[in-house]
Design a protein around this ligand. Sequence first.
Ligand SMILES: Cc1cc2nc3c(=O)[nH]c(=O)nc-3n(C[C@H](O)[C@H](O)[C@H](O)COP(=O)(O)OP(=O)(O)OC[C@H]3O[C@@H](n4cnc5c(N)ncnc54)[C@H](O)[C@@H]3O)c2cc1C
Length: 470
Amino acid sequence: MNEVLHRERDVVGLDRNDPDAEIVASRADEDLNQEVLHRIVVVGGGAAGLELVTKLGERVGRRGRASVTLVECARTHLWKPLLHAVAAGSLDPGEYEVNYLAQAHWHGFRYRFGEMIGLDRVAKQVHLAATFDEEGRQITAPRSIDYDTLVIAIGSVTNDFGTPGVAKHAVPLETPAQAERFNRRLVNACLRAQTQTEPVRPGQLHVAIVGAGATGTELAAELHRTIREVIGYGLDRIDPQRDVRIVLIEGSPRILPGLPDRIAKATHRLLDEMGVDVRTGARVTEVSADGVKLADGTLIPSELVVWAAGVKAPEILRRLDGLETNRINQLVVEPTLQTTRDPDIFAIGDCADCPRPGTSAPVPPRAQAAHQEASHLVRQIERRLHSKPLQPYTYRDFGSLVSLGKWSTVGNLMGFLSGRSIFVEGLFARTMYRSLRLMHEQALGGTWRAALSFISRALAHRIDPPVKLH
Ligand SMILES: Cc1cc2nc3c(=O)[nH]c(=O)nc-3n(C[C@H](O)[C@H](O)[C@H](O)COP(=O)(O)OP(=O)(O)OC[C@H]3O[C@@H](n4cnc5c(N)ncnc54)[C@H](O)[C@@H]3O)c2cc1C
């Protein structure tokens, strides 16, 4: 036992005889109490990982059947499909964020703050980088966490396909911080235009969104409304008709390339009605401070550029002790969600390349896939704890919905009995769209908490401005 304690002290770089090391040592003691239990470690607390640890914590952690640990590099969780609304200023992230420490305390799992930077499959350890605060002071030292079962759920990042200027001039929408940064830029651009002595320049209040998948399309519609609302709060030197323009740029021949044609057509029609400038078959070759350059030489002037074209899994997965990855860095998994080269390591969510029987395309990187995989894996890990064989996961497509803000919602739903796709639009579609988020909130906090949050937010929205103004 002492040797294990010493090992923990060595990993965090402490003197074995140093009395100041007591705080860390007591944490090590706490970890050692769990030593005899099967150690389940989940890296990444997003749509998939946080639902997984919450359910596992309730079902096996609380009952002392296994120890459940979440490793996560952020302190709070915000469901990613809400990010476009944060960027547009129609949603305050503070109202929807889940605090990892509190969630862990309430649901029987442990939360370890830090970023996974390596893996040792023989020693069965995940390596975490040191963390630092804004002033550069160290918060946590480099450390390693032991596992018996490891689940990797670190999601995806934006893929800029090496396009010059994207990193410098475009904002991706991967994290709440990036979405808030874009919103601040937008509000600042409006304030600048209101107070400057010269007239508004062409492109000064133009937003170019590269990528007309669900994220880019939803952002275009939401921005069209919120930018006008910000201006409506007394910024009378800006004429929205003349000065504001939203351009949605897509390399494929049509918008929403991953969704059925009928949804794409209906959405395109609605965007046209709103006045969003949609450019399809337009390949972006460069982003600069002046705007977006296309392959045919056209420059789309724009001082605000969002990059929402394509995703890939984080680079770190290529260096994970020889685990198999595909061309976009996803971990290749068996139908059981076990990685191909190590049955003790699972991958779920956007970072997993999961086969889909009957098709050559893998399971798509979507919130509903993350939700289904987390639910499936809870049952499989319970089976694993009882040494029962694992069952394969089958993705079930319930349809897709695209929200165009207050304008409309369109999409398709899969008929339960017929198995055929049904086109939906308007209020019903919007209700179904919201239900996906509510399902995630219910999975994290239960029905009562989800219902209370819904009511409290609805009340708050009656007294707050409908859009963020700072
Ligand atoms: C703007 C936007 C809008 C979207 N809209 C929709 C939609 O309408 N419908 C839909 O179905 N899907 C949508 N998606 C996709 C959906 O959000 C994802 O499919 C889903 O979030 C994937 O869940 P995940 O758990 O795999 O990853 P994530 O939810 O991204 O979670 C990954 C977690 O891992 C953490 N992490 C990353 N690297 C490390 C590391 N090295 N160490 C420790 N922790 C790490 C991250 O901080 C994060 O918390 C949208 C995505 C975006 C970006």
